[in-house]
Write a protein that binds this ligand. Structure first.
Ligand SMILES: Nc1ncnc2c1ncn2[C@@H]1O[C@H](COP(=O)(O)OP(=O)(O)OP(=O)(O)O)[C@@H](O)[C@H]1O
Ligand SMILES: [Mg+2]
Length: 222
């Protein structure tokens, strides 16, 4: 199996005192699922933001499919992210004035890209959203909203899904279901996933667990 991600000596300093990511190196196999755990402030979200091209590292390199994205300028970074990376946040971030269908397709609509109807229907099926498509976000439960956000992340056929505490705003039963659906979708579509969680049981749903502490990657269990 090929390496989708190769990170070497990655550093992110917000200022002289805050080294949020401190000399982190690891690689991720294509198609695998990795979870990131660690205390609050340990650098999990920062690491995910660097991987998601939302921010630029201070030093070090990030190879995605053997291409060094860490040196991209702002325009290239935004374009790469929009086309290749699906991001899921703790608070679903759906647009209230749009239908569920439009929320799912939004990344394509913004880029004037055609919707692959068969793929759209597959996603809707996998995530159990069929009955919800003409509704609006306020008419949905938290778990349903997050399933929509997951479909929106997958609609671009991303090479990588990044999820920062995707179950953080959900109760246990809903959180478990959302995690299950996200990972099942990724498995069927053969998409690599990296997710952050505070829940050690959910972390074990991944094939591999990375633990951050004070910006440093302390353990990596296979
Ligand atoms: N935009 C920013 N500017 C300055 N410092 C920041 C910024 N974002 C994060 N930090 C700092 O970087 C460190 C790592 O923060 P980060 O958000 O990555 O942690 P985290 O592991 O995701 O924490 P949590 O579990 O609470 O979400 C912290 O010390 C934080 O205060
Ligand atoms: Mg965080």
């Amino acid at each position: 199996m090929g390496k989708l991600i190769q990170i070497k000596n990655l550093v992110k300093k917000y200022d002289d005192k805050t080294v949020a990511v401190n000399d982190v190196s690891f690689s991720v196999d294509e198609g695998s699922v990795v979870s990131i755990i660690g205390r609050s402030g340990s650098g999990k979200s920062t690491l995910l933001q660097l991987l998601g091209l939302l921010d630029k590292p201070t030093s070090g390199s990030i190879l995605l499919n053997n291409q060094d994205i860490s040196q991209f300028d702002d325009t290239k970074r935004a374009l790469y992210r929009r086309k290749k990376i699906g991001i899921i946040y703790q608070n679903f971030n759906l647009l209230p004035e749009y239908s569920i269908k439009d929320n799912i397709c939004l990344p394509l609509l913004l880029d004037n890209e055609k919707i692959d109807q068969a793929y759209f229907e597959e996603l809707v099926d996998l995530l159990g959203l069929k009955q919800l498509l003409s509704k609006q976000p306020y008419q949905l439960s938290g778990g349903e909203q997050q399933r929509v956000a997951i479909a929106r992340a997958f609609i671009i056929k991303p090479i990588l899904i990044l999820a920062d505490e995707p179950t953080g705003n959900l109760d246990k039963a809903n959180g478990d279901r959302v995690m299950d659906l996200m990972l099942n979708t990724a498995e069927i579509l053969k998409t690599t996933v990296i997710f952050v969680t505070h829940d050690n049981t959910l972390a074990k749903c991944a094939g591999r667990i990375l633990e951050m502490s004070d910006g440093i990657l302390v353990t990596s269990t296979m």
